[in-house]
Ligand binder design. Structure first.
Ligand SMILES: C[S@@+](CC[C@H](N)C(=O)[O-])C[C@H]1O[C@@H](n2cnc3c(N)ncnc32)[C@H](O)[C@@H]1O
Length: 297
């Protein structure tokens, strides 16, 4: 799979595995129905979350829809999930619209979320997942339609919501300028013709969800923390992950920061990755709750 964003999402998996808030995850287990659930994951990318939920024994049957706007990611998802299942001896049967992973039917749906919601609610789902996604979309505009996808008593689990702090260590004199501009770039981003997220998405979810009638029942930090081990190596493919993050900062700041200052900062950070010296921390939050009208049930 040669698509760089596919490589990024695959490399991000171990970072997310460490970061996901386990207390919120345990609370999620208590909100799942007794029957095999119907799950919708929006902005699902490669499908690493469905693999994780099977590995972590949260799900083993039911129907899981991966919705994403990027057709290349969904094509790669078939290949990635097939290889993942093969490594675990899990039977995989290709389907016209996805895959059967043991008793779990995975459906791949290519759609821009706003357009998908404008078309009206689909079959109600027991669980709505958005992972590393609500910080790249216009939450107030999308939330009512998203929550309408839930069956009565259904649950939402919104994870890895960026919340206002990007940290690199060791300190660099350019940090305040570069990282301040990087945060600001998130607040006026536009993608697919729509506002695309904000730098304080995580903290703002609490009031957005309360106002939508679906207050948060459980929440906790899910910070990414990436550093090399005592062997002087980053785990898994996390050096590649760090390089991709630095390229993302570079792309976001092309017209926002003095080019020489940015080049100096990036060169120092890339050297630190090569030397396994860079530490990267992103503050994020996970939240869990129920469909409107069911929060206190
Ligand atoms: C940061 S990635 C997260 C992917 C996946 N949840 C993960 O963490 O591995 C955000 C994903 O949202 C998708 N996306 C962004 N805007 C979207 C939109 N408006 N509608 C549907 N998908 C969108 C992108 O294609 C990308 O796959």
């Amino acid at each position: 799979m040669t698509y760089p964003y596919t490589h990024y999402l695959a490399a991000k998996r171990t970072v997310d595995d460490r970061a996901l808030n386990r207390r919120v995850l345990d609370d999620l287990r208590g909100l799942l129905p007794p029957h095999p659930p119907r799950v919708l994951e929006v902005g699902a990318g490669l499908g690493t979350m469905v693999a994780r939920l099977v590995e972590w024994q949260v799900l083993d049957a039911g129907e899981y829809t991966l919705l994403d706007v990027d057709p290349q990611l969904l094509r790669d998802s078939r290949e990635w999930l097939t290889a993942w299942a093969g490594d675990r001896g899990l039977p995989v049967v290709p389907q016209p619209d996805g895959l059967l992973l043991g008793d779990l039917r995975v459906r791949l749906v290519e759609a821009e979320l706003g357009a998908h919601l404008d078309a009206g609610p689909g079959a109600p789902v027991d669980l709505l997942v958005a992972h590393a996604f609500l910080d790249v979309v216009d939450v107030p505009a999308l939330l009512p339609g998203l929550l309408r996808q839930l069956a009565p008593g259904g649950a939402y689990w919104f994870t890895i919501n960026f919340d206002g702090d990007t940290i690199f260590a060791p300190d660099h004199p350019g940090d305040d300028e570069v990282l301040g501009a990087y945060q600001a770039s998130m607040d006026d981003r536009v993608r697919y013709g729509r506002p695309a997220g904000e730098s304080r998405a995580g903290r703002h979810l609490f009031h957005h969800l309360r106002d939508a009638g679906a207050p948060v029942l459980s929440a906790g930090s899910s910070d990414w923390v990436v550093h090399a081990g005592p062997d002087g190596r980053y785990p898994g493919d996390e050096a590649w992950f760090l390089d991709f993050i630095l390229s993302t900062v570079e792309a976001a700041l092309a017209d926002r920061v003095d080019p020489a200052a940015l080049a100096d900062w990036l060169a120092a950070r890339r050297r630190q990755v090569a030397d396994a010296d860079l530490v990267y921390i992103a503050h994020q939050l996970d939240v869990l709750g129920r469909a409107p009208g069911a929060a206190s049930a």
